[in-house]
Write a protein that binds this ligand. Structure first.
Ligand code: NDP
Length: 493
């Protein structure tokens, strides 16, 4: 297998670095890629390129929105052309099955298409009722150079919830992808050049958070940091940005609950809950990691969940039929396994799974079996911590009020699911839930028009939808004194 070699991408050119980060497959243990390891001076060069592309308005920020939209669309066409290649890289580096790599690439393109359309119509206001001698304009201007820091679980989608929206608004970008999964980010940056997006508009500096990430968040030439990752690092970034009053967008962790009422369509609910806890090996910020199920149906519902979970196919990235892949690295697998052990130690009942899987060709990878615990109480670690693995914690409730209280009993607030045929109850519960997204009779289903983001410690700001675009703009009020009216028309008809 050929090992992919990458430089970093600055001002439309590859820059090779002597120091490399090696990425080995979390499924096979083989070497996949060598990424150039950026340093502080590379961040300086990338910010200078992005600054130039932004400050010279004729390059990008001052173009008609329609021109930016067309350039973004040409770029997306190339991404579509290269879907198979990108999906393969994504699957191999993350450890997810190939069909999810494809799905992720397609969703990234969908986000991009929507963002490109928004470039035609960035909203503004005209204030015309402030006296005949005055006129007010409220305009939205691109924020500037955006530092984007992305994680390893969905490298393309987390990037495309930011990048095309920022580009549509007229911003330029310096991106730091996760050092484990930088491949697709570097690939799509080079495709932007092929599509005619001007040099310097998109720059990518791969490398560690400690070096490249810190240099980016502290750089005075960066106007905003848009980050997806852990709440812990998000807090650090918010503190660093506050020193320079830099704008921040933070998409952080979660501890979503699926609330299943006895009157739900239970077949669909079983599907939704299983999908919610295993998607992307559970390495997902809106993972449905808690199930709150009405006591009257709990026993039977758990049995159905276990039966459905037995049918989940674990597989290598190239396995076209696989449902679940490998965890990102050994240390993370150990962390997930230690959470499972804690669950047992704290007295939860292990219904299925609970260990590493090594049979059927998975022995070189970091595979953890889909795991369900019942009897989980709010004090338990399984109920509280973001595990980021295929582990479901089941808790029962007796009333609507108790269900809502349990769902909200977390420091996170990214997403929750409600399952009931009673639409009044669904809406009532949805209003009470402290989360940025509520799914009703479905889970993790959304559309690009819908904003995404968190309450509480799940983040700041919104991605996607019109709100996602507006995050990358500053509001300017222009108050115009018109002076004397030139024409004094008689007030007669
Ligand atoms: P991190 O939050 O550490 O990493 C996310 C990104 O931030 C990576 O690109 C990372 O770089 C970078 N980074 C790390 N430290 C800094 C810093 N000081 N300044 C700027 N950038 C920095 O997540 P982890 O990869 O360590 O995962 C740990 C846990 O975080 C997971 O188990 C999960 O619970 C949660 N998580 C949540 C995600 C979400 O979607 N909300 C996504 C990923 C993780 P580097 O390349 O060095 O890692």
């Amino acid at each position: 297998m050929t090992v992919r070699e990458y430089g970093i991408w600055i001002g439309g050119e590859w820059v090779d670095k002597a120091s490399k980060v090696e990425r080995t497959s979390p499924a096979h243990g083989t070497l996949l890629a060598r990424f150039s390891e950026g340093a502080e001076e590379d961040v300086d060069a990338a910010v200078a390129a992005a600054r130039k592309a932004f400050d010279n308005r004729s390059i990008w920020s001052g173009l008609p929105g329609s021109e930016r939209a067309k350039a973004i669309s040409r770029w997306l066409d190339l991404i579509v052309r290269d879907t198979e290649k990108l999906a393969k890289i994504e699957a191999e580096e993350v450890g997810k099955p190939i069909r999810f790599g494809r799905g992720e690439t397609e969703w990234a393109v969908e986000l991009g298409r929507y963002a490109a359309a928004l470039a035609y119509q960035i909203p503004g206001d005209l204030v015309n009722n402030i006296g005949d001698a005055n006129l007010g304009l409220v305009t939205r201007e691109p924020r500037g150079v955006i530092g984007m820091i992305t994680p390893w679980n969905f490298p393309l989608v987390t990037l495309f919830q930011k990048l095309p929206f920022a580009l549509a608004a007229g911003c330029t970008a310096v991106i730091k992808p996760s050092e484990l999964t930088s491949g697709t980010t570097l690939e799509i940056a080079a495709l932007a050049k092929e599509a005619g997006i001007p040099d310097g508009v998109i720059n990518v500096v791969s490398g560690s958070g400690r070096t490249v990430g810190e240099a980016l968040t502290g750089h005075p030439g960066v106007d905003m940091i848009s980050f997806t990752g852990s709440t812990q690092v998000g807090k650090r970034i918010a503190q660093r940005c506050a020193e320079q009053m830099k704008r921040v967008g933070l998409e952080l962790g979660g501890k979503a609950a699926n609330i299943v009422f006895a009157d739900a369509d239970l077949d669909s609910a079983v599907d939704g809950v299983v999908f919610g806890y295993i998607l992307n090996q559970g390495e997902e910020c809106v993972q449905g990691t808690r199930l709150l199920v009405e006591e009257a149906i709990a026993e039977d519902f758990i049995k159905q969940l276990v039966d459905r979970s037995k049918k989940i196919r674990m597989g290598l990235p190239e396995d076209e039929q696989a449902d679940v892949g490998a965890l990102i690295h050994e240390q993370h697998m150990e962390k997930v396994l230690s959470y499972i052990k804690t669950g047992v130690d704290e007295g939860a009942k292990l219904e299925i799974g609970g260990g590493r899987l090594t049979d059927n060709g998975l022995g070189k990878g970091f595979y953890v079996a889909p795991t369900i615990f019942s009897g989980v109480t709010p004090e338990m670690t399984l109920f509280r911590d973001e595990i980021f693995g295929p582990v479901l914690a089941v808790t029962t409730f007796k009333s609507v009020e108790e269900a809502v209280a349990l769902a909200n009993d977390t420091k996170y607030g990214l997403g929750n699911g409600v399952w009931t045929k009673d639409i009044d109850k669904a809406i009532q519960v949805s209003r009470e839930l402290k989360s940025g997204t509520v799914y009703v009779n479905t889970f993790l289903e959304t559309s690009v028009q819908m904003p995404f983001g968190g309450f509480k410690e799940s983040g700041v700001g919104r991605e996607n939808g019109m709100d996602g675009l507006l995050e990358f703009t500053e509001v300017k009020s222009t108050f115009i004194k018109l002076g004397k009216r030139a024409l004094a028309l008689p007030h007669t008809v």
